[in-house]
Design a protein around this ligand. Structure first.
Ligand code: TYD
Length: 233
């Protein structure tokens, strides 16, 4: 059985945010990070693909569409390579110094984007995931769920003139399939995942994120908990 956050005393906590385009992950990560910093925690905000110079270089290649013609498997390999660098160079060192890491997308995005419908072979993706996440996976995943139509509309407003990237350009049905893939992951892994209704305004989503964080990671919910946890370590 993989270790849980409760069995890993003395190390930080790793939270991923997942969801489709325009689900509000970036806004919610910034809000949660500000709140946790206010409670005295060391918080690292990061994102995928990216987070390190090596992974950011791969991000450019992937999102420009340069690797699209190589196929789903090759794109999945690039995401996995970026993830491994991100994990070993940034996430694990932050967890080792007791930080809270908030990451915008992680392995569930590979499952939902590269794996859904006629995507990469499931066994192939699983072996990549096993190799990449051998050292550590997320303690908590918050899935910001919004119908693809609403999410794409929000993303278009936010983009205001910027060209769509490799994944944003795909049609509504594909985005909706990815949404269903995320929901299926949350259904299969209820101990790790919490589905948050992300159709409301930012304040309502923020309250739901805070409630999920407090209920799933109570030892990290307030500064008092941090002091107690350090005493135990
Ligand atoms: P980004 O601009 O960071 O999008 P968003 O604001 O929606 O998070 O672009 C990341 C894109 O890469 C996004 O469309 C999802 C896609 N992606 C994958 O296809 N697989 C992955 O493993 C990851 C991490 C992202």
């Amino acid at each position: 059985m993989p270790p849980t956050v409760e069995t890993r005393s003395g190390v930080g906590c790793f939270v991923t945010f997942e969801g489709g385009e325009g689900s509000g992950k970036t806004t919610q990560i910034a809000r949660l990070a500000a709140r946790l910093r206010g409670r005295g925690f060391d918080v690292v905000e990061t994102r995928e693909p990216g987070g390190t110079p090596g992974a950011d270089a791969l991000r450019q290649i992937i999102l420009s569409g340069a690797a699209e013609s190589l196929g789903n498997e090759m794109e999945a390999i690039l995401f996995a390579a970026a993830r491994l660098d991100h994990l070993t160079s940034l996430i694990l060192p932050a967890l080792d110094r007791d930080a809270i890491v908030l990451c915008d997308r992680f392995h569930d995005s590979t499952r939902a984007y590269q794996g859904s419908s006629d995507g990469a072979d499931a066994e192939f993706l699983q072996s990549l995931e096993d190799a990449t996440l051998e050292m550590r996976g997320p303690d908590l995943t918050l899935l910001l769920d919004v119908p693809a139509e609403i999410g794409l509309h929000r993303a278009a407003v936010r983009r205001s003139g910027r060209a769509v990237d490799r994944f944003e350009k795909e049609d509504l049905a594909i985005h909706e399939r990815r949404r269903q893939a995320f929901l299926e992951i949350a259904h299969q892994e209820p101990d790790r995942c919490v589905v948050i209704d992300a159709t409301g305004n930012a304040e309502a989503i923020e309250a739901a994120v805070e409630a999920a964080f407090r209920s799933r990671l109570p030892r990290w919910a307030d500064a008092g908990g941090a002091v107690e946890r350090r005493r135990e370590a």
